[in-house]
Design a protein around this ligand. Structure first.
Ligand code: GLN
Length: 297
């Protein structure tokens, strides 16, 4: 007879307690709080077997998020599969910056400059008589950025694109379960968005250099290479996005990108070369310059 407490204690030889609890919670379909309150619960043979298999897979390196099938981001749970990048805490910075732009958040949900306002007012939302801001998330993956923005910036029309149909399917399910309204479109960056303009464009593109040794360690080994790597210096996707962004930004519209720990200077130069103004860069919780952006004229 194995109690819940005994099963967790045995797993601790191989895994941190927090991970063991997440895996056992998955097996029993119970939240962590329930596990903590049910030390004496007796596990049946099937549950013990599934738990042992998950512990072994985790000990072999598979990411916890893929084993349990979800990851928390900005206070909500997102389903993930090996078709998508696992949401990272540092990407919450990109969401915070996007929300701080005010696009889609306030009653007048466009940047303050008069040109932008005039342009936006030509798109009055019929039923509410309000201006609706347009937000675009490039390479949406699980949809964690776009869905969070759709839920937090209630007056925005959110579009999200990804080149991968499998990723879009994950994003679609997340949007449905979390009750977010957004347009999902299969597109290689801007390719399917000819002629469309946005007030805010965000992206967490792949930005790791192809030969970076980190790719051979930890969770990265299991994540989709197309969501992680981008050419010899890791900047291929960022270069494409920044070069194409001005044609898709409304007047005064903003572009914000997550990038690698050593790419701040290169990204600043690319933003400037594309003619973006008011370039700003922000540090993540680890103190690394992680998100850069600017606005169109
Ligand atoms: N932040 C991720 C990492 O370094 C990379 C994600 C990305 O390339 N967008 O693990």
């Amino acid at each position: 007879m194995t109690t819940l407490a005994a099963a967790l204690a045995a797993a601790r030889a191989k895994l941190p307690a927090s991970e063991a609890r997440l895996l056992l919670g998955r097996v029993l379909d119970r939240p962590a709080a329930w596990l903590i309150a049910h030390d004496e619960w007796v596990l049946d043979a099937a549950a013990l077997l599934s738990f042992a298999s998950l512990v072994a897979r985790r000990a072999g390196g598979e990411p916890v998020a893929y084993l349990v099938g979800n990851r928390e981001f900005f206070g909500r749970e997102f389903a993930v599969s090996s078709a998508v990048l696992i949401p990272r805490p540092e990407t919450e910075l990109l969401v915070e910056i996007a929300l701080n732009t005010g696009v889609g958040v306030g009653s007048l949900c466009v940047p303050g400059n008069p040109l932008a306002r005039r342009e936006a007012e030509s798109r009055v939302c019929r039923d509410r008589g309000q201006v609706t801001a347009r937000i675009l998330d490039l390479g949406t993956g699980s949809g964690c950025i776009a869905i969070t923005l759709a839920l937090e910036a209630g007056q925005a029309q959110v579009s999200a694109v990804d080149a991968s149909a499998a990723a879009l399917e994950v994003a679609r399910k997340n949007a449905e379960r979390l009750g977010a309204q957004l347009r999902l479109l299969q597109s290689d960056w801007f390719d399917e968005l000819a002629g469309e303009c946005f007030d805010l464009i965000v992206a967490n593109p792949p930005y790791i250099a192809a030969a970076d040794p980190h790719l051979a360690a930890g969770d990265l080994r299991y994540e989709p290479p197309a969501a992680l790597c981008s050419g010899a210096d890791g900047l291929d996707a960022i270069r494409r996005i920044i070069a194409a962004a001005p044609a898709h930004l409304a007047p005064g519209g903003q572009l914000w990108l997550e990038h690698g720990y050593d790419q701040a200077e290169a990204v600043r130069e690319l933003l400037a070369a594309a003619g973006l103004l008011g370039i700003e860069q922000h540090r993540d919780l680890a103190g690394i310059v992680r998100v850069s952006g600017g606005r169109a004229k």
